[in-house]
Design a protein around this ligand. Structure first.
Ligand code: SF4
Length: 251
C-alpha cells in the first residue's frame, strides 16, 4: 500500500525523541531550510544513502504491537512529503502515501509525533483534522521575520517562511496543548534581544525547549569551528524567557 514511500532513516527504538514513550523514529529526506548548523546535512539535502520502505517500518511495528507506544516522524522536513495532502483535503481526493502510512500506524495503536519547522501550515492543519498526529515539536529558529529567517537560508522567501510559521503557531494553539517549541541556541546566531523578540512574536506556547548548538557535524562546515554554548548560557536564556512568562526549559 505504501510502495512508493521510503524513509532515509529508521531508529527502531527511541527513548529520547518522544519523552515518556517507547517509540521508533522515521527520518525523511529533504528540507526547505538550510540551517548552517544543521547536524544532519545528509537528510537536509536529501543525499542520504539509507532507504527503508514504509512496508518495512509497518512490518516492524506490527511485530512489536503492544510494546511500541509511538512513532516519531522527523527529518529533514517531513511535511514536504505530503505533496498531495493539501489537494486531497481541499478537493476530497485520494490521500497521499504518507497519509495512508500514518493511518496504518494509528490503526496499530501508536501515537504519532511530528517534528516540523512549521513552513507548511496547511499540512499540519490537515494532519490535525485527520487525527493523524498526537503531538508536534515545532522548531522556531530565529526571529519570525524576513531578517531573522534569512539566517537559516530558506529555499522559499524568508518572509514567507516566517509568516507560514506564525500560521502554524495559530493552528497549534487552536488545537490543543500537545505541542512544544524548540530552539537551537548559539550566541553567534541569536542574541539576547533576538530571544526576547522571538518570545514576543511567538505568543503563548505550552513548552519551549532551548537546546545547545552542537558543532560536531554541521551543514556549513565553517560552523563546525564554532564553540558550543555552555549549559549555563542556555540556563541564562531560559531564565530570561521565564521572566517573560514562558514555560521554558533546557534540553
Ligand atoms: S536543522 Fe534546519 S536544515 Fe536541518 S533538517 Fe532541521 S530545518 Fe532542515
Amino acid at each position: 500500500m505504501s510502495a512508493n514511500l521510503t524513509f532515509s532513516g529508521f531508529q527502531k527504538l527511541d527513548l529520547i525523541n518522544f519523552p515518556g514513550y517507547m517509540a521508533c523514529t522515521v527520518y525523511t529526506a529533504g528540507c526547505n531550510l538550510r540551517c548552517p548548523y544543521c547536524h544532519n546535512p545528509g537528510l537536509a539535502s536529501g543525499s542520504s544513502d539509507e532507504a527503508y520502505t514504509a512496508d518495512e517500518v509497518l512490518s516492524y511495528i506490527e511485530k512489536r504491537k503492544g510494546m511500541l507506544e509511538a512513532l516519531v516522524v522527523s527529518g529533514g522536513e517531513p511535511t514536504l512529503h505530503f505533496s498531495n495532502l493539501e489537494k486531497a483535503t481541499t478537493e476530497g481526493g485520494a490521500s497521499c502515501a504518507f497519509e495512508a502510512f500514518l493511518k496504518s500506524v494509528k490503526s496499530l495503536g501508536l501515537l504519532v509525533k511530528l517534528d516540523t519547522n512549521g513552513c507548511r501550515p496547511a499540512v499540519v492543519r490537515s494532519l490535525i483534522d485527520s487525527a493523524l498526529i498526537d503531538y508536534v515539536a515545532l522548531d522556531i529558529k530565529a526571529p519570525l521575520d524576513e531578517e531573522g529567517y534569512s539566517r537559516v537560508k530558506p529555499l522559499i522567501p524568508a518572509q514567507e517562511a516566517a509568516e507560514n510559521i506564525k500560521q502554524t503557531l495559530e493552528i497549534l494553539r487552536s488545537w490543543s496543548d500537545n505541542w512544544e517549541v524548540r530552539t537551537t541556541y548559539l550566541p553567534y546566531l541569536l542574541s539576547t534581544q533576538d530571544i526576547l523578540k522571538m518570545v514576543q512574536q511567538t505568543g503563548r506556547v505550552p513548552k519551549w525547549y532551548i537546546q545547545a548548538f552542537n558543532p560536531a557535524v554541521t551543514l556549513d562546515g565553517t560552523w563546525g569551528q564554532l564553540s558550543a554554548p555552555q549549559e549555563k548560557d542556555c540556563q541564562e536564556i531560559v531564565s530570561l524567557m521565564r521572566e517573560k512568562g514562558v514555560n521554558a526549559f533546557v534540553r
